[in-house]
Design a protein around this ligand. Structure first.
Ligand SMILES: [Fe+2]
Ligand SMILES: [Fe+2]
Length: 211
């Protein structure tokens, strides 16, 4: 499923020793706190994958790589996106940190040799979830929100919701995210808002208000 062209992991990745090499490559790319978060996401995603019948190996790899570009500067993200033809939306031009998900997915494919489209989708969609995502992408989105080092007030309730179903977990995590954006006067992506409304109300044009 994986191979890597990075100097620290030049052999195909599959077994335990390969996972150690992937962890080492990720650790060398991230500050300590971010690496701790990434490990938490990988472990949480692996557990949810086991619960919901997804590939635990894919969940682990997606969790490890999802924030591989999270520590890049806005200019680095913009330059990479433009140099690699990823395109930059108006929202991303205004808030380049949003690009870390799409840039991360591109690097996972081209630097770490990830070919599984579900892993790439999970990395790409972990900041802006949309309708129709795979279960693996939902799992990584949820794990990113509820991993143990997260401290937001609704974390335990969101984790409990994720134990009941992926839909309930997504709804709870989206609600917390939208509430956070609302508190900071930020506008959510329309596709993410439509997903939340459909999950909450069963229709994409619902009028559920966040308080
Ligand atoms: Fe992220
Ligand atoms: Fe993250």
């Amino acid at each position: 499923m994986l191979s890597s062209s990075s100097p620290s992991a030049a052999q195909p990745i599959g077994g335990a020793s390969d996972l150690h090499r992937l962890c080492a490559a990720v650790r060398s790319s991230l500050p300590r706190d971010r690496y701790r978060h990434v490990l938490g996401v990988a472990r949480t995603a692996e557990r949810l994958a086991r619960r919901y019948g997804c590939s635990t190996a894919a969940a682990r790899v997606a969790g490890l790589l999802h924030d591989i570009s999270r520590s890049w500067s806005p200019q680095q993200l913009l330059d990479y996106a433009r140099e690699h033809g990823l395109g930059v939306s108006a929202a991303e031009a205004t808030a380049p940190i949003l690009l870390h998900a799409r840039v991360g997915a591109h690097r996972a494919q081209h630097e770490f040799g990830v070919t599984d489209p579900h892993i790439l989708e999970a990395i790409e969609r972990h900041t802006i979830p949309v309708e129709g995502m795979s279960d693996l992408a939902k799992i990584v989105y949820i794990a990113d929100s509820i991993e143990p080092s997260r401290t937001f007030a609704e974390r335990e309730a969101a984790a409990a919701a994720a134990e009941r179903s992926l839909e309930e977990g997504m709804t709870a995590c989206l609600e917390a995210s939208l509430r956070y954006l609302n508190s900071r006067g930020l506008t959510p992506d329309p596709a993410t808002l439509a997903l939340y409304r459909r999950l909450k109300n069963g229709r994409p044009d619902g009028h559920e208000e966040l308080s």
